[in-house]
Design a protein around this ligand. Structure first.
Ligand code: P71
Length: 464
């Protein structure tokens, strides 16, 4: 039993549960069969065969009663839906950008932005790649260049802002290729692939100053920016008494626009947006929008979806919400740390990342330890996680060789407002049970490897 700490008051969820969705536990032989059928890829499992689903926090959050009520107020007109106005107002109010382009999800915003801004041979520096972001940059003729600080690649470094851009790296890259070959800096607020690690306000400010000097734009990936702002509030001097909403407005003012997957921070099951301050860029984006997504007042969303996103934006900057959200992730992380399980430190904003290199020391990276670990976690307990290592990193488009990322991780991603502390306890117990039998876990080899974003559909078999 946990002892009561008389010196503090715990956080608790700032909501109560009104609707529940039953989940069921399955047997181990049943799960062994399912994961084999799924080619040891957790993306290919059926959701009903999963007990606690920590695959992703994308589109998996629980909407509030206010969001559901908004869904009934969908204005499904082809043109000029009032829900679009609500969405645009919410983005303008809370993020501060001028022009808003609705898209069906984040990668659609990345697609359009990349096509509009990148020319053949351009390079796009950023704070660690994200799979879909980098792919759209490449498809538009550009190349992503990682300028994140070195600490981000070290799972054990406890630097409080491992998402920061290394100003020296950025400066030398600008000197090397020239500012005219850099359409923008791709800056993510909390870095997913680094373990949900935040960027400091100081770094946002300094990168902005450097880019201004060279006339280079900054495009923010605002997908988990509210979580980033929570870390600024907790860790950066001068921000403790500011609200998340205030911090967000300041942080966003150091960029020229943003792409957003509204399926994360914005608490919607589907949706996204692209925002820019420059009118000409906005017009070009709108023009591509009608080719790939839909009219400029719905993009890829129904009116009701835009209303859910608009209301989600307002909810996601509430201090109580974000404290409980990140608090729950920390709770799981601390349970694992306490048991000596190798996880990325500090604990990130949306997920706890198991360090598969240290978890499975006997499996070389070319035998896909993180993929194997995610598959075994499912067999152990029905908990579904996601590989974030060599499989996700894919191949260098020029050489065809596998990238070998320093980080070989399994992500336990916590959906927003969905699971309880008891689910976190069971998850931690499952990981510990797996840790105790880790020596018996075997590596994998490809049975089928898709060309793009291979991790989604790849199939594997166990290595002899
Ligand atoms: C996540 C996802 C969803 C996903 C995407 C690709 C592979 C596996 C899972 C999506 C993001 C994201 C960031 C920082 C843009 C997108 C694309 N994340 N930027 O983490 O995390 O947004 O999924 O709405 O298209 O599970 P989209």
């Amino acid at each position: 039993m946990r002892a009561i700490d008389r010196t503090r008051r715990s956080w608790a969820e700032p909501y109560k549960i009104k609707v529940v969705e039953p989940i069921k536990m399955t047997t181990r032989p049943y799960r062994e069969e399912r994961i084999r059928e799924a080619g040891y890829n957790t993306f290919l499992l059926k959701s009903e065969d999963v007990y606690i689903d920590l695959l992703t926090d994308s589109g998996t959050g629980a909407m509030s009663d206010n969001q559901w009520a908004g869904m009934m107020l969908g204005d499904e007109a082809y043109a000029g839906s009032k829900n679009f106005d609500h969405l645009a107002e919410a983005v303008q109010t809370y993020y501060g950008y001028r022009y808003i382009v609705p898209t069906h999800q984040g990668r659609a915003a990345e697609h359009i932005l990349s096509k509009v801004m990148i020319k053949q041979g351009d390079t796009i520096p950023g704070n660690m790649y994200f799979t879909t972001t980098r792919l759209h940059q490449e498809l538009a003729g550009g190349r992503f260049v990682d300028v994140i600080m070195d600490e981000a690649h070290d799972p054990q470094s406890e630097h409080p802002f491992k998402g920061d851009i290394d100003l020296n790296k950025l400066q030398s890259w600008i000197a090397k290729v020239g500012p005219e070959r850099i359409p923008y800096v791709s800056f993510a607020g909390t870095v997913n692939m680094a373990g949900g690690q935040p960027v400091s306000m100081r770094n946002f400010r300094e990168v902005h100053a450097l880019c201004r000097k060279h006339g280079i734009k900054i495009m923010l990936d605002a997908t988990r920016m509210a979580e980033n702002c929570y870390f600024i509030k907790m860790r950066e001097p001068g921000y403790a008494d500011k609200t998340i909403a205030e911090i967000m407005r300041e942080a966003c003012c150091y960029s020229d626009g943003a792409t957003m997957s509204a399926k994360k921070d914005n608490l919607a099951n589907i949706g996204g947006w692209l925002a820019v301050n420059d009118e000409e860029t906005y017009q070009k984006c709108c023009n591509l929008l009608v080719v790939y997504e839909g009219l400029q007042t719905y993009g890829g969303m129904a009116g009701r979806d835009m209303e859910a996103v608009a209301r989600g934006i307002e909810e996601c900057v509430q201090d109580d919400h974000i404290r409980a959200r990140v608090g729950q992730v920390e709770y799981l992380g601390n349970l694992l740390l306490q048991e000596g399980i190798p996880v990325v430190k500090p604990i990130g904003g949306h997920a706890v990342f198991l360090d598969a290199k240290r978890f499975l020391r006997h499996i070389p990276q070319d035998d896909y330890p993180a993929q194997a670990l995610a598959a075994e976690l499912y067999v152990e307990s029905g908990v579904r996680a996601m590989e974030r290592g060599i499989i996700s990193a894919g191949r260098d488009p020029e050489t065809g060789e596998n990238y070998h990322p320093k980080l070989e991780l399994v992500r336990l991603t916590i959906p927003r407002r969905v699971y309880t502390q008891a689910h976190m306890d069971v998850t931690a117990e499952s990981v510990v049970a797996l840790w105790d039998r880790r020596d018996r876990i075997r590596g994998l080899e490809f049975e089928y490897e898709p060309k793009m974003l291979r991790f989604f559909q790849a199939r594997f078999r166990k290595k002899e």
